[in-house]
Design a protein around this ligand. Structure first.
Ligand code: KIV
Length: 272
């Protein structure tokens, strides 16, 4: 029997909190389009992140900075059309919230209204506190993001592990507490020492989701294209690849080209 869309229990921010409370790990992956989101949702991933990594993965930019709010809304609405169960979180892109809290609220409202997403994610700590408070007071759930924050790559100057030194680690701990106190429902921790994410996860009530942040977090997130081996040039230590789709796709396309050139395709059964 097929399951009607409305019969499926949707993942909510409250359920993520319950998962943390009972020690069940949260799975999160990126998607930027309908077809991929459909596969991830049907496979049972808890959270789909429409990440601004679309700027790199989809558009081929070197950083996440160029992607626009309109482009994020386009990706998010494609993902939303595919979803039966997963919670869909959308990155507020660079330049859409750093100016002031009114701009941040306007951008978050556009994402929710025009894409149908369930929550937004923002990079930063105390610097974005006012914006987080304002967005949440409008009824929009916010996920925080600390550690390596790719929107600040020109400030960091490098994609190496963050918060190895005491001063930066202490700021991260304080920022995490501020984000929780401001009402964030969850927090992404990117590329920080496992020992630090263990401390943060132990101190917070809300779930932490790690990427390159070790095992002692409440869930894990990866960029789906990396996990599937579509981008074989990217090999950070934290990445586990579960397939080599670059090779699978390349072999399929090479065979297709050969069949076209040799006039093997289409054959009699493939014609009308
Ligand atoms: O944009 C993104 O894909 C992200 C994840 C790496 C967490 O923010």
């Amino acid at each position: 029997m097929s399951t009607a869309k409305s019969d499926i229990k949707k993942v909510t921010t409250h359920q993520l909190q319950e998962m943390k409370n009972r020690g069940e790990k949260i799975s999160m992956l990126t998607a930027y389009d309908y077809s991929m989101a459909r596969i991830l949702d049907a496979a049972g991933v808890d959270v789909i992140l429409v990440g601004d990594s679309a700027s790199n993965v989809m558009a081929g930019h070197e950083t996440t900075l160029p992607i626009t709010l309109d482009q994020m809304i386009y990706h998010a609405s494609s993902v939303i059309r595919a979803i039966n169960r997963a919670l869909v979180v959308v990155d507020l892109p660079f330049g859409s919230y750093q100016g002031n809290s009114s701009e941040a609220l306007r951008s978050a409202i556009r994402i929710m209204k025009e894409s149908g997403a369930h929550a937004v994610k923002m990079e930063g700590g105390v610097e974005i506190k006012e914006s987080v408070l304002r967005i949440i007071s409008a009824g929009i759930p916010v996920m925080g993001h600390l550690g390596l924050m790719p929107q600040s790559i020109y400030k960091f100057g490098t994609y190496v592990v963050r918060a190895k030194e005491e001063e930066e680690a202490n700021k991260l701990i304080s920022d995490a507490q501020i984000l929780e106190a401001s009402g964030c429902f969850g927090l992404v921790l990117e590329k920080i020492p496992a020992s630090l994410s263990k401390i943060v996860t132990g101190q917070l009530q809300i779930p932490t989701i790690g990427i390159g942040a070790g095992a002692d977090v409440d869930g894990q997130v990866l960029v789906t294209h990396d996990l599937l081996g579509i981008n074989n040039e990217f090999h950070p230590r934290f990445l586990r690849t579960y397939a080599n789709l670059q090779s699978v796709i390349s072999t399929a396309v090479t065979s297709y080209i050969e069949d076209v050139k040799s006039k093997d395709f289409p054959n009699a059964n493939e014609c009308y």
